[in-house]
Design a protein around this ligand. Structure first.
Ligand code: HEM
Length: 366
């Protein structure tokens, strides 16, 4: 099945065309020494190489009868399924526990509190994260499960979100839809020049290990689906600034028409200035762009029987400030806020890719 390279200038799972499924997990370290952390990162680096190549992390069926299986086995023989595993470090990794303060990228910190949030600590933060994406959910799940298992004595899972139905599009992919029924990912970062300008970190982090890396922002966004489903189509379309079926900007006819934020219909702006796209479009934000790579999620029902579902928003940018500047505008003005709540949040520094077999993440820290 489809596979993506594990070694290279950048980690996979960022400019990789979005796969169908996501398992996102944030971890806390229970380890107390730098050596333990080093061992986790070295083990994970090797295991990630195995699993993204479709191989188990060890014996599924040990030869001795009393042997405990090293690999848990549920993805055995399923192939690679386009699996990518992307590792990130939370700001808390660089506090004084492991002596890593001098490796902290410049200005790297938890996201500031912003309007329109109702963050639940159970879905917020983390010392490490793994974004597993694959075209089969079991392959993605297996990868995270086995990483957690092999580091059990040093790492605890903090929060996790299972995503399905990607909510972003890469080149040549048909634009999928989010759970509000709108096409999501129509205007996204694409092409090498855009990635170089907006996504890949370089010297500005003042940390060589971040060269070719990026910052991952995760936001678990709950949708008030029952309320949204009663909203008239005219209002739904004006909230996004796009039509529902075609996904065309309200200033145009077809999905990929460039939105014209100056177009007027009967004396009024065709795309309302407080619509979602008008607020965040690069034309209205000094050129700021972010790569959106989110997934729909559902956790079944909430405590009062409503659908517990929404968007596991994930974006990549060369500086978290790109996300913050857009979210500040959305948090205070987006008409979508009536129908969504940001309940989870994390920001992670994603190091550049590993050059070759034998290298491991964090090698430069120890
Ligand atoms: C565009 C949905 C949250 C940033 C869009 C579009 C939809 C959408 C339907 C138009 C199609 C497209 O170009 O992809 C949603 C939903 C959200 C959400 C349902 C929450 C549940 C966010 C957040 C941010 C964001 C938190 C960043 C802070 C963007 C950007 C665009 C966009 C940058 C492209 C605008 C353009 O250039 O035209 N979103 N979005 N969105 N969204 Fe969101």
């Amino acid at each position: 099945t489809l596979s993506y390279p594990y070694y290279g200038a950048h980690q996979s799972g960022i400019d990789t065309p979005p796969q169908d499924h996501l398992v996102f997990t944030a971890f806390d370290l229970s380890a107390t020494t730098a050596t333990e952390l080093q061992l986790v990162l070295a083990k994970w680096s090797a295991a990630m190489a195995q699993m993204t190549a479709g191989r188990p992390v060890g014996k599924v069926e040990p030869t001795r009868e009393h042997g405990i299986p090293v690999d848990t086995g549920e993805a055995f023989d399923m192939g690679t399924q386009g699996l990518t595993l992307t590792l990130g470090y939370g700001p808390s990794l660089f506090d004084d526990r492991f002596g890593l303060a001098k490796f902290k990228p410049k200005d790297f910190a938890d996201l500031p509190a912003m309007a329109g949030e109702a963050l639940d600590p159970a879905y917020t933060g983390g010392d490490l994260c793994i974004q597993a994406c694959a075209n089969d959910p079991q392959v993605a799940y297996h990868a995270v499960r086995n990483l957690a298992r092999m580091a059990r004595t040093s790492v605890k899972t903090r929060w996790t979100v299972l995503g399905f139905g990607r909510a972003s599009a890469g080149p040549h992919q048909k634009t999928p839809r989010n759970l509000m029924g709108f096409k999501d990912g129509t205007r996204n970062v694409s092409g090498e020049a855009d990635f170089a300008e907006h996504v890949w970190a370089g010297d500005e982090a003042q940390q060589p290990w971040m060269n070719g890396g990026s910052y991952l922002v995760a936001r678990k966004i709950h949708m008030l689906i029952e309320t949204w489903d009663e909203d008239p189509i005219g209002d739904q379309q004006s909230i996004f600034g796009r039509t529902k079926q075609e996904g065309a900007p309200l200033s145009g006819q077809s999905e990929h028409d460039v939105p014209d934020f100056h177009a007027a219909v009967a004396g009024k702006p065709a795309i309302a200035p407080d619509s979602h796209i008008a607020l965040v479009a690069h034309e209205n934000n000094a050129g700021t762009k972010i790569l959106r790579r989110g997934y729909n999620f559902t956790d079944g029902l909430d405590s009062v029987g409503r659908l517990d579902a929404g968007l596991m928003f994930i974006s990549f940018q060369k500086n978290p400030e790109q996300f913050v500047s857009l979210q500040r505008k959305l948090g205070s003005s987006d008409r979508l806020n009536e129908y969504i709540r940001h309940v989870g949040s994390g920001v992670f520094a994603v190091p550049g890719g590993l050059p070759e077999s034998g290298s491991y993440y964090g090698k430069e820290f120890f």
